[in-house]
Design a binder for this molecule. Sequence first.
Ligand code: ZN
Length: 265
Amino acid sequence: MWSLRAWRRQRILARHPISSDAWRMLDERLPIIAGLDTAERQRLGERAVLFLHDKHLSALPGVALDAHGRLLLAVQAQLPLLQLDELNWYQGFHEIVLYPDDFISPQRHRDASGVVHEWDGEHSGEAWQQGPVILAWPGVEASGQWDGYNLVIHEMAHKLDMLNGDANGLPPLHGNMRIDQWASAMQSAYDRMNEQLDADPDAETAIDPYAAEDPAEFFAVTSEYFFSAPDLLTAAFPAVYAQLQLFYRQDPLARLRRIEALHTH
Ligand code: ZN
């Protein structure tokens, strides 16, 4: 059947092929995409091109954004969606704002006694409900390694979380997943980190202590680890890795092991 959407899509892809030069740059800058097979790489590339067509990237003065930089961002944004099809997972926002550096943003928090605290926090990224994603460009450029840090994936995970309301650490799960299993895996790991940090605020936690901030940050930080340090995440919280594997329908740990095997031969 003829479909306007498919036709439009094909036309965009035909007009904006990713050059072999650009792929070389992506492979060099994004070790976390190593281990994808040919079909996955092609899909990732196409989705990145369509994403750039769909979203408006606003670079503030001081951000030198060129075609390679745009792709660098888009490929990382699309990696989590590589095996997710049935929904427009990045719906409801159109703009990504790029700051030249970390930025100060007013924070509000209502504590258990109902008192609202406000302060200025320094941030490298932010995702607004029904609004833009804000990224500090140096954070985007520092992302893509197998090191547990990925600013793009972190903020996009907040967007996935917001698909079904406020960010609360529970994105819309698939039909083969159970909310109680998700909740118990996430909650017990989250509680364990908080107990450790309550006992010693400087404790060496297995993953970034920012995950213990609230359930939304727990989901965003563990998503970062899932794609960029799956070995650390699965060693610390295997049940969390298993739930994220069901959610993202990917197994980055298997990719990492394949790459490691190649390098030891
Ligand atoms: Zn966050």
